[in-house]
Design a protein around this ligand. Sequence first.
Ligand code: GAR
Length: 410
Amino acid sequence: MLKISVLVSGGGTNLQALIDAQNNGVLSSGRIVQVISSRSDAYALERAKNAGIDSYVAVNENELLECLNRYEPDVIVLAGYMHILSKTFLEKCTAKIVNIHPSLIPSFCGKGYYGLKVHEAVLKSGVKVTGATVHLVNEIPDGGEILSQKAVEVHDDDTPERLQRRVMEQAEWVILPRAVEDLCRKIDGRIFVKPMKYPGRGIITGVTPSGKKMFAYFIMGRSTSSRARVFERSGDELIIRLTRQDPKFDPSLILYAPVRVFEGNVIVTNGDQTDTIYESLKAGGTFESALRTREYEPDAPHYTPRISAVITSSGYKQSILKRAGRYFYEYEFKNGIGHLIHTYDHDVMRDDVLPSFMGEPREVKISDDIESFANGLWNELDEDNKVSLYVRYYEPDMKGYHDKLFNKGE
Ligand code: GAR
């Protein structure tokens, strides 16, 4: 978990947005460890106190460095911090620094543009659209790499205060926590499926840094029928239940057991090939021999791939059955590492066909904390399309496990 220091000077509504995001799981890959204010009367200090976060006042850069040294943060967020950090400070600071600026950079930014002054200048210029920008900080004021932006309309009857409020509500408080979360993940090497909106169904199998075997399975859906589903635990297996019956719809491709366990072999798939693999193992066959009897799904024109995985005592295997052929991958356990495979490759469709996953399963980092891993993955899945996620972390002896289940529909 990365450490975040938040620097403030005023009301601290952006700090509050970060605290709220931490409480509701949007910000889960980093933790706010301290709040440092350039003014002792900033209301932001009150917000930090209410949230139980250590807070400090630092009126110059020496004091600031001293405060930062107590925690050695990985990320510093300037959340309404009304000072420009000097070149010397930036050279000494090893953390990534992000700033939220209340305009669409490169407009209305740089020296002299801060707080209400930005909105006054926006109104004076007569532009009809403004917004907010989250960017990395370098020696040029408001000049570092842009991480996220969101546009907000300017209204004819706006005052600077009214416009400031709308930019905060519609843009700043929304994009700042997400950008900070994304940055933490990037630093931590934990970006899974992004930036796709529709990877479809996905499986991760792997091992945590302390040697716990794990898997994750998620489903996403585009049609109402495929979205009307929930995961349910059934002993040590996982099943899918429909939350709404649609007589026009054939449920055979969306109702199946994604997880089954045969004598210590954990099978995870996106279809009824779970049963094929289970029966094969039971009869002395293998993962591969079972899947050689199956092929991709018959859902023309996409012909969705069948993706499958098995965790055995010596490693894990993954497979994808698609029109181009049957592919198998085999991995040894390596602490902290897993592999992700999903059904669709990218969001751009040709002739309305979803492109099948291409290439090899992607190597991903697995953390020891199931909460942060599972929340992080769930948050990363596109809000409109995600349906369910199940994550299981086994004890090192494979006897017990911890799990987490998310259903959008409940
Ligand atoms: C916010 O609008 C922030 O974008 C801006 O100051 C306000 C602080 O509000 N920052 C800058 O202008 C930096 N150049 P807050 O204290 O309520 O978060």
